[in-house]
Design a protein around this ligand. Sequence first.
Ligand SMILES: Cc1cc2nc3c(=O)[nH]c(=O)nc-3n(C[C@H](O)[C@H](O)[C@H](O)COP(=O)(O)OP(=O)(O)OC[C@H]3O[C@@H](n4cnc5c(N)ncnc54)[C@H](O)[C@@H]3O)c2cc1C
Length: 303
Amino acid sequence: MDMESLPRMLAMAQDKGSKWRGCFMPIKQTEYFVEEKTAEEECLTEMPNFRYIPKAELPPGITQGCTFDTVTIDTSRYLPCLLSEIRRLGCNLIRYNLTHVSQLQPPIIPRKADAIVVCAGLGARHLGGVEDQDCYPIRGQVVLVRAPWYKRGVTRSSRTGDWTYTIPRASGDVILGGFKTDNDWTAHAIASQTTDILERCIAMAPDLMPVAKCTDRDPKVMVEELRKLIVEEGAGLRPARKGGVRIESEDIMLGNGTVTVPLVHHYGHSGAGYQASFGSARLCMEEVARRISAKDTRRQAKL
Ligand SMILES: Cc1cc2nc3c(=O)[nH]c(=O)nc-3n(C[C@H](O)[C@H](O)[C@H](O)COP(=O)(O)OP(=O)(O)OC[C@H]3O[C@@H](n4cnc5c(N)ncnc54)[C@H](O)[C@@H]3O)c2cc1C
């Protein structure tokens, strides 16, 4: 899914005159692994211009490293652009807090649905008619800093769960992270985790500070200088699912049992919903088309 989405996003990033301008930024990404053999496991060797970093050039404590080309997404710009695009294509947006998928019929929607696609993320755990107990949160915390001079993506990860990353955006802001905590529903930022993120990020990427401020190498001073650049800090729950993304369908009875409608499940993208989006959406729409054409064939057979 990711490898289908990446070329689409790279093309959107390079189309400078398009409405997607500012949503994406092509970057050079560096990945550092504490343990051996992780680039292969994470399928990074397929990324554009992938190359291993020679061992002699790796920082202390790192056993494998690589670089490749990728693109970052400024979601605060991308989501409003996506919304305007789906409106341009003729979609109506109706906001409603559903308790059960069977509510998706008139009068809540204008006419009977040909198919229902459940994209409820973590909500699939509690939404009536779905109630997928395999859905669970993986909590993350990030810090947004203003650092327009910083243009590279760097990640340092280890099998024990340590995970530090910098993601620059086209706007000049940079996301610093991060945390991954399974089954943690705490939706607000925790001050000690913000400090921890600042400490890890400045140690990994001292160039987060402008050159003039970089002369003082005392880690505590560097962290306090970096803190002055904070725009906001936040926490979020990645909508994970045991078994991974769910793309499958079933029939649901509506109208007091008088009609059946295909119900296509499309959730559980965890921490990869953006990067997997184009590939995943295509697979989902293939399932929708398959169910609708199967239903049409059954209806014709009865005539
Ligand atoms: C800290 C953090 C870092 C991340 N980093 C990345 C990254 O680097 N790359 C990446 O690709 N992804 C990343 N993600 C993951 C990404 O945000 C998710 O994968 C993506 O948002 C999933 O999209 P979704 O539409 O499936 O679910 P969601 O974005 O959760 O949307 C589900 C929607 O359904 C609605 N809903 C749920 N239940 C109901 C109901 N009963 N009635 C009506 N509406 C309902 C919700 O309100 C919500 O609007 C990150 C997430 C976090 C938290």
